[in-house]
Design a protein around this ligand. Sequence first.
Ligand code: AMP
Length: 176
Amino acid sequence: MQGIKDKIRAIPDYPKPGIIFRDITTLLQDARGFRKTIDEMVQPYAGTRIDKVVGIEARGFILGGAIAHQLSIGFVPVRKRGKLPYKTMQQQYQLEYGTDVMEIHVDAIQPGEQILLVDDLIATGGTAEAAIKLIRHYEGVVIGCSFIVDLPELGGRKRLEAMDVKVLALCEFDGH
Ligand code: AMP
């Protein structure tokens, strides 16, 4: 079987010049590729108690939902500003130009819950850092972050490790 990395499509200059978009839809549409991805994202945590999966909008929902189902635990969405219907806690984060806001429902995480954070890709780590701050605000314990792709040149892994969070990525790509 082709590896996970080979099934990810590269789209140059999307959404803007200079960015290579790592498109995981080609991996997800492949039944064995999707299954293998989910298995590899949870395998390192075998034997660790996980209470909830937190997924980051939007591709983190697809992966996080499948992981939560596999582990028979709950799923919590972290979403961009204005999308969650109930009361939320907000966390600002830095974009290349300006800032944006991620939100979590105020009753989503209970103190002491062990959380696995999930997204498709880590670049600068700003989005994941915002999600970690939201989880920690409610005294959740982030036992790890699982991504399919790491772009090491952008420093996200180091940024999360500096927050004392374990980072798992199934593959790496050079550049942005
Ligand atoms: P960052 O906050 O810089 O770590 O960016 C991570 C978020 O942006 C994730 O939710 C990714 O889905 C998305 N993202 C950033 N760069 C890329 C890229 N080159 N290809 C696909 N998605 C990306």
